[in-house]
Design a protein around this ligand. Structure first.
Ligand SMILES: [Zn+2]
Length: 138
């Protein structure tokens, strides 16, 4: 509890960062609600990558019977997933429980109750768990 009194960003959620063999530390998770336009852009980007592969596979004799429909399908699924990503994690700030280095972690994933993060300083895989009681704006 060393960061008492620090102003919490608006809408930040409290979470704990844990790693095997170390005491969990507190982290703050900021969430962005994306607009339909942003979601569509992300979906198009996600699907476009796979559809580009599908287009490239058209020229592979034999294999294109399998690869083209596969990439088209995977692209559609990836696009649909992005369309449903309403709440996206925009920032995770906290101290690594292993090395103690306070930092921002890589984000951009969909908001779930738990996910894995890599500490860029000590390269341990950390588990982030959102606190069951969300930090509500008082
Ligand atoms: Zn670390």
């Amino acid at each position: 509890m060393s960061e008492g009194g620090a102003a919490k960003p608006d809408g930040a959620l409290e979470a704990s960062l844990s790693v095997f063999g170390a005491k969990p530390s507190l982290a703050l998770v900021s969430v962005t609600r994306s607009s339909p336009g942003e979601r569509f852009a992300r979906a198009a980007k996600g699907a476009g990558i796979f559809w580009a592969f599908a287009a490239g596979c058209v020229f592979l004799p034999g294999l294109h019977f399998v690869l083209v429909p596969t990439f088209l399908l995977v692209g559609a699924v990836a696009g649909m997933r992005h369309l449903r990503d309403v709440e996206v994690v925009s920032r995770v700030h906290g101290a690594c429980p292993r090395c103690g280095h306070e930092q921002d972690f890589a984000t951009g994933n969909r908001l779930t109750s738990t996910w894995s993060l890599d500490c860029p300083t000590c390269h341990n895989t950390l588990t982030l768990v959102l606190s069951p009681t969300k930090a509500s704006a008082a």
